[in-house]
Design a protein around this ligand. Structure first.
Ligand code: FAD
Length: 493
């Protein structure tokens, strides 16, 4: 039997479907026939507008011109996230994508900063990070001596349109239609076709399930199973609304903790994306709508839309001849904007493990193993924000503060608390500095610092810390306003 993979069928045309279609067609499509089916009757989730820096790598692979992309998606640059009222009501901190200070072979910079603190230096940790200073002054530019590390805010629906154009130029065939039935071969257990409501059937060798939370193929037909993580990440709902933009264009996402969840604010060129992620056990949908509408900066442009979700991961993302990518494979709430990144990683992993002559079970196992550990690292990082808080003012926050966390996370928190040490494990998305910024930002101050910080004399220490601060300030001073930079960058295209 010839098991060559020739026909790839992608079910669903949201961000996941079109990212997969564009990448597979561009990078491996010469000998494949790729069809994407989507239904105008079933809307996409319609959110997902904040990203993290690795998306640039994905775009480079696809040959995307950044200015063209920014114009198409009405994008802005993102230097990180400002977390407000997470540590305690009225207190905030910034999680930047950049580097803070300068690490050394033995320890991260925060050990040197901590020695400085003990000796009376007042500058906060963020003042040694160009991305934090630039964000606070609403500034941005590419290049320079210390290029800023950034990601994008983008209009999700425009992104899908943009990728669709790219995918179709690389030969992807789009079919409009509602999947009515998934046909599974009783003997092999493989999917052999999708039957559409209009009577058409789409046969394929490999199916990619991008049908969003519905997970029509991987769960509906192949019963992959789901690991529910809502005891660690109890938010299960969101309400989203778009508003008119203000005169500033902040180069960062805002995340504002509320009584039973948190509110996001994502600035785009033409509007602002807003939402409230909340736990329905502590806040009704009606009250969530009120909370969001009462805390908007601009005039609403849309009706509030409620989205229900369950946090967790599909037990296997690749089952038989079906790979789930996007919301169909699982969901971690959007606190650190990691979902689009997980889509990107799923696609790259599939391309790296792409089957040639039939699907070897070892390929599938490897895919599933890598997916599992990748998402678990991210899961721990997100739980951290809820667990480590001084807030005890609301039942929701009291639950989070008291809840058990995965042992992998409990160990990290304890290690940092006692010794200030934190290590990035291989394959892990978030850097040491991400962990440090969030842990210290939320009130975990290490009890000690590494002895290497005491190797410097007082003069050397002053020279080191002051020099770093000055150079950080100087590098940011010369930057233009983010808003002006965007206008000029997009106009130049
Ligand atoms: P969807 O957008 O739901 O698309 C599903 C597709 O399947 C649609 O095209 C639909 O037509 C099609 N479909 C479904 N059923 C059928 C059928 N029977 N027949 C034919 N077609 C069908 N991610 C980030 O990275 N950053 C963020 O800031 C962020 N914020 C988020 C906020 C919230 C509240 C939520 C819930 C998610 C957020 N995400 C974020 C996640 C992000 O929105 C998704 O990862 C991303 O949009 C991908 O969605 P998708 O393509 O998997 O699913």
């Amino acid at each position: 039997m010839n098991n060559k993979i020739k026909n790839v069928v992608i079910a669903g045309g949201g961000t996941a479907g079109w990212m997969a279609a564009a990448a597979i067609a561009k990078l491996l499509g010469k000998n494949l026939s790729i069809t994407l089916v989507e239904s105008e009757e079933i809307s996409t989730v319609g959110v997902g507008e904040a990203t993290i820096p690795p998306l640039q790598t994905f775009h480079r692979l696809l040959g995307i011109d950044e200015a063209e992309f920014m114009r198409a998606v009405r994008g802005t640059f993102k230097l990180g996230i400002n977390f407000e009222s997470w540590r305690d009501v009225g207190e905030d901190y910034f999680h930047s994508f950049g580097t803070t200070g300068r690490d050394c072979w033995a320890s991260t910079f925060q050990h040197f900063w901590q020695r400085g603190l003990a000796e009376g230096y007042k500058a906060d940790y963020g003042s040694y990070c160009p991305e934090v200073l630039a964000a606070k002054q609403n500034k941005f530019a590419h290049g320079g001596g210390q290029p800023l590390k950034y990601a994008y805010h983008m209009d999700a629906s425009q992104y899908a349109v943009y990728l669709r154009g790219l995918a179709e130029r690389h030969g992807v065939k789009r079919v409009e239609g509602k999947i009515d039935r998934v046909n599974v071969d009783p003997e092999s257990g493989n999917i052999f076709s999708l039957a559409l409501a209009g009577g058409e059937t789409l046969a394929g060798d490999l199916f990619i399930d991008c049908t969003g939370f519905r997970a029509l193929l991987v769960e509906g037909a192949l019963h992959a199973g789901f690991d529910d993580w809502s005891h660690w990440l109890p938010c299960d709902s969101a309400v989203a609304v778009q508003t008119k933009g203000g005169s500033d264009l902040p180069p960062y996402t805002r995340s504002i903790a509320r009584e039973a969840g948190w509110q996001w604010q994502i600035p785009l060129q033409h509007r602002v994306g807003n939402g409230l992620v909340y736990c329905s056990k502590y806040l009704s949908d009606e009250n969530a709508k009120h909370t969001l509408l009462n805390n908007l900066d601009g005039e609403p442009l849309t009706e509030p839309k409620i989205i229900k979700f369950k946090t967790g991961q599909r037990r296997k993302s690749w089952v038989k001849n079906c790979v789930a990518i996007g919301l169909s494979s699982g969901f971690l709430e959007p606190l650190e904007s990691t979902s689009i990144h997980l889509i990107q990683r799923g696609i790259i992993r599939l391309l790296q493990l792409f089957p040639v002559n039939g699907i070897a079970p070892t390929l599938r196992d490897e895919y599933n193993k890598q997916s599992k550990s990748e998402i678990e690292f991210i899961r721990d990082f997100i739980i951290l924000h809820y667990k480590v808080t001084n807030r005890a003012d609301q039942p929701f926050w009291r639950y989070c503060k008291a809840m058990d966390v995965p042992s992998s996370l409990a160990h990290r928190i304890e290690l940092f608390k006692q010794t200030g040490r934190v290590f990035r494990t291989e394959g892990e998305l978030f850097s040491e500095n991400s962990w440090i910024q969030v842990m210290m930002g939320q009130g975990v101050m290490p009890q000690e610092y590494h002895p290497i910080a005491n190797q410097m004399t007082e003069d050397e220490q002053a020279h080191f810390l002051n020099g770093l601060r000055n150079s950080t300030e100087i590098s940011v001073k010369a930057l233009p306003a983010h808003k002006d930079y965007i206008a000029q960058y997009c106009a130049a295209f």
